[in-house]
Write a protein that binds this ligand. Sequence first.
Ligand SMILES: NC(=O)c1ccc[n+]([C@@H]2O[C@H](COP(=O)([O-])OP(=O)(O)OC[C@H]3O[C@@H](n4cnc5c(N)ncnc54)[C@H](OP(=O)(O)O)[C@@H]3O)[C@@H](O)[C@H]2O)c1
Length: 320
Amino acid sequence: MNTPRMKVLILGGAGFIGRHAALALQARGHTVILGSRDPDRCGRRLPVELFLAERREAHLDWLTAPSSWNALLRGVDCVVNAAGILRERGFETYERVHYRAPRALAEACARKSIRLIHLSALGLTDLSRSGFLRSKLAGERAIMASRADWSIVRPSLLDGEGGFGARWLRRVARWPLHFVPADAAGRIAALEVRDLGEAIAALCEKSGADGWREVELGGGARRTMAGHLAALRCEQGLRPAPVVPVPGLLVRLASQLCDLAHFSPLSYGLWELMRRDNAPKLNVLPALIRRAPAPVGMEVPAPGPSLVDRIRFAARELLQ
Ligand SMILES: NC(=O)c1ccc[n+]([C@@H]2O[C@H](COP(=O)([O-])OP(=O)(O)OC[C@H]3O[C@@H](n4cnc5c(N)ncnc54)[C@H](OP(=O)(O)O)[C@@H]3O)[C@@H](O)[C@H]2O)c1
């Protein structure tokens, strides 16, 4: 069946997820419009394939009423909301960017019969203390309460070219010692950002009403944070690094300092997420992309027998 060509507005279209969603949509023959706070300068972050795409200025912190979306949604069939902030800055608060703007967007999409794909995260609960996680949950709930044709996408941790967090983790994986929070017991199902881009493009062509409402996505392996770092290191051809467990309280303090200094992806929200599982209950990624997810990292080979064991084994063989 041929899918009709659509015009898809991607908010955060020059971001890590947005770029890959745009590439995948373009590859399927759709026209993409990239939303950015700075459409002139965001070109520096775009791959050549997206240079000619239309760009529209979008500041989610200003777009908190349904009518404020009218100009941006002109001629659009579908919106992908891949805009988000890790930390607050001035008017760019979690409440405005993650809750009030998506709520208004959902209402505007409902009025105009525009499909809405909203990027959220796994592991959001009422028990979260992080303002980041609470605002993401409030955004999800506002969209669910709307009459729009919505799908909410909750990916696990992402790996791939050009991601802020992904780049940091790959760097940390190369360190000779892996400092890992002692309470980071949760399992993650890291996935390749290109797979996520393809899944988003496929979702744009579906309808929430057909059962594609809350979509949880992950890669093929489930690992702890220590296991994920080891797998990234192994892929780079390095032997496993010794793991140094860091007391949870110390990590929490460090995450709060990082939040104050706007430094690194280590945030209070991430610390909260690492303590529980961050993997999909039902992984629909293979169904959406119609193949197995690309591997992230490489399985660490099981250690062979030690020298002492090998001598013991040889001695036993000789004596038999
Ligand atoms: N990366 C992951 O591992 C991961 C996992 C699960 C969920 N998510 C979620 O997916 C979403 C996108 O993540 P990402 O990794 O692609 O982040 P990213 O690379 O930082 O991209 C986010 C984009 O949001 C846009 N943005 C920020 N503030 C904005 C504002 N006030 N108004 C309009 N646009 C704004 C920025 O675009 P401009 O600078 O061009 O304006 C930026 O490129 C986030 O909601 C994140 O929580 C990410």
